[in-house]
Every structure is written in structure tokens, then in C-alpha cells.
Ligand binder design. Structure first.
Ligand code: 8YV
Length: 320
């Protein structure tokens, strides 16, 4: 009987890392865009699983996999994995914290600036051949510099966003379950209760982890508290914002613009009502999508996977 570990990778990763894993493991990797969600049947024979994407990994699937030692997630958020069930079954779960904070903060600012300054509608207009003469009265946006930014969910990514905001001379408010007086001192940022933050901010960016507590954190009531000129950016998880409430708010122009890196569900259906609105910008979950960052994330996941398969502590365990 072979003592090579059986490993499954849910999305393509760079060839050199697959080759490295193949030195000691039998590796199967989904290659096409027509991937289906992992099933108990698929996971059943595995020793190790690398998740790249957000398909659910349930207790039922783990129950079917008596030899599964490790789930190595490519990404920091692991709400799609039932980690408590994994822990109870003695399965290690690893993620990739820290390495993607700066890329995700960069993308937060890309979305914030694009939404504030009509980058996408402007491009659409030009591409449509509708730029016939210079019109000084179209597509006025909102000043970013000197405005107030409210950061909801102040972890590593929120911290990186705050640092960028200071370069734009923004006043920064933040909301987090546990206050960070050290970050307040370091960055000159101010703690605010959520309602207060929403009422005072010109820009609100969302970064909390997905949980029962943060599901639909932003709904009709919260959108109602925001300034009419406000811009909202969600780069956390789609479920943090109630999309029905958001559609209604954006339809009536309750706030100026929203930019979503994440949606519920993902992908957002092409006929989703939100996509009919000009003040809604949606990109396909690109927060950490840079050559440098995604490469490092996959390397970290590889390190977690190999450690778990070899009975060593994971370098980046979600249980630490
Ligand atoms: C990844 C993310 O793109 O890290 C996360 O939580 O959502 C993204 O950076 C994703 O997890 C890749 O699977």
C-alpha cells in the first residue's frame, strides 16, 4: 500500500508548487471554471485538502474522511469551513493571515477612489463613444482627501486601510469589538460605536470576519444612518451587507455609491437587480488578487498542508 498522502486542491495553483507537492503526495486539482462544490465523496479518501475559493466544507464531508489531517485554506477568512467541527475531529485548519493585508487595503482604496470619482461610469461613457465634447458638469464625485473614513472591523486589513487613509489626510474612525488604544495612539484614529461611525463618515469600509454576529450588519437601518453623500465599500464577505436592503437604498439614492468586492452569493447572478444600478460597482472578489500576494498565499497554504500531513504544528493555524 502506498504511503503517499492523497491531496485535493479546489482551484489551480502554480505548477511549481503542484510539482513540489507531487514529490510526496498524490495530487488532484480542479482545472476548469466548471468546478463543482466539494462533496463528501470527493473529500472521503483524502489526507489533505487545499481550499482555494469559498465552497462550504461541512462536518458531514469531514465525517466521510477518516484520514483527513489538514485543511489548508488559501485565504485569511475561513467562514466557509466548519472549523469547530474540524477541531472536534482532530483535523487541523490553516489560513494565510497578514500576507494579504496590504493588497486588500490597496484594493479597498482602489474601490473607494473609483466609486468616489466615477472612474467606471467615466470609462463606460468614453468606451460607448459618448464623449463628444468636454462637459464640465458631468460625473462630479466626492472629495476623498480631507474627508472622514469609517473602518468597520479593525483587524490587520483595517489597520492597513487606516495607514493609507492618513496619506489622503482623512480623519479615521473605527469600530471593532475590542478597542485598540495602541492603534489609536499609533495612527491617531478614533474609536466610534457603529451607529455613530455610520452617521459621521463620508466613506465606510467593511472588514469584519463573517459570523452570525456580522451577518447583515449593514441593513436598512444602518444604511439609513449614513450621509446621503456617503460611499460604502464592502471587501469583507457579501453576507455582511443585506443585499435586498442595499438594492432598495441604492435605487432611491439613499447614499451616493457602493463598491462591492464581495457579494452574496458569489458569483452574483448576472441578472441581480444591484447590477442594474449605475451607483453600484461590483468586482469579482479581487481583494488579494495580485501576482505577488496570491503567490505568497499559496506558498503559506502549501506550508500548512505539508506540516499537517507530516504531523507537525501548522505555521499558520486558525486554532492558535
Ligand atoms: C481570497 C479572501 O481571495 O483571504 C480571504 O479571506 O477572501 C481572499 O483573499 C480567497 O480566500 C481565495 O480563496
Amino acid at each position: 500500500m502506498s504511503n503517499r498522502s492523497k491531496v485535493f486542491i479546489t482551484r489551480p495553483i502554480p505548477d511549481e508548487i503542484v510539482a513540489e507537492l507531487r514529490e510526496t503526495c498524490d495530487v488532484e486539482m480542479w482545472h476548469t471554471s466548471a468546478v463543482s462544490a466539494p462533496t463528501a465523496e470527493k473529500i472521503g479518501p483524502l489526507d489533505g485538502l487545499m481550499t482555494y475559493g469559498h465552497e462550504l466544507i461541512t462536518d458531514e464531508m469531514m465525517a466521510a474522511a477518516p484520514d483527513l489531517k489538514v485543511i489548508a485554506n488559501v485565504g485569511v477568512g475561513y467562514d466557509h469551513i466548519d472549523a469547530e467541527a474540524a477541531r472536534a475531529r482532530g483535523i487541523e485548519v490553516g489560513n494565510t493571515p497578514g500576507v494579504l493585508s496590504d493588497a486588500t487595503a490597496d484594493m479597498t482604496f482602489a474601490l473607494l477612489l473609483a466609486a468616489a470619482r466615477n472612474v467606471v461610469p467615466g470609462n463606460r461613457l468614453v468606451q460607448a463613444g459618448d464623449w463628444q465634447y468636454y462637459d464640465p458638469n458631468i460625473l462630479w464625485g466626492q472629495d476623498v482627501h480631507g474627508s472622514t473614513l469609517g473602518i468597520v472591523g479593525m483587524g490587520r486589513i483595517g489597520h492597513a486601510v487606516a495607514k493609507r487613509a492618513l496619506g489622503f489626510d482623512m480623519k479615521v474612525l473605527y469600530n471593532k469589538r475590542t478597542r485598540r488604544p495602541d492603534w489609536e495612539a499609533e495612527l491617531g484614529i478614533e474609536y466610534a460605536e457603529l451607529d455613530d461611525l455610520l452617521a459621521r463618515s463620508d466613506f465606510v469600509t467593511l472588514h469584519p470576519p463573517m459570523s452570525d454576529e456580522t451577518r447583515h450588519l449593514i441593513g436598512t437601518r444602518e444604511l439609513g444612518l449614513m450621509k446621503s453623500r456617503a460611499v460604502l465599500v464592502n471587501i469583507a464577505r457579501g453576507g455582511v451587507v443585506d443585499h435586498d436592503a442595499l438594492y432598495e437604498a441604492m435605487r432611491v439614492g439613499k447614499i451616493t455609491a457602493v463598491a462591492l468586492d464581495v457579494t452574496e452569493p458569489e458569483p452574483i447572478p448576472a441578472d441581480h437587480p444591484l447590477l442594474t444600478l449605475d451607483n453600484v460597482l461590483v468586482v469579482p472578489h479581487l481583494g488579494s488578487a495580485t501576482v505577488q500576494t496570491r503567490t505568497k498565499m499559496v506558498q503559506m497554504a502549501r506550508d500548512n498542508l505539508l506540516a499537517g500531513l507530516n504531523g507537525r504544528p501548522l505555521p499558520y493555524s486558525v486554532f492558535q
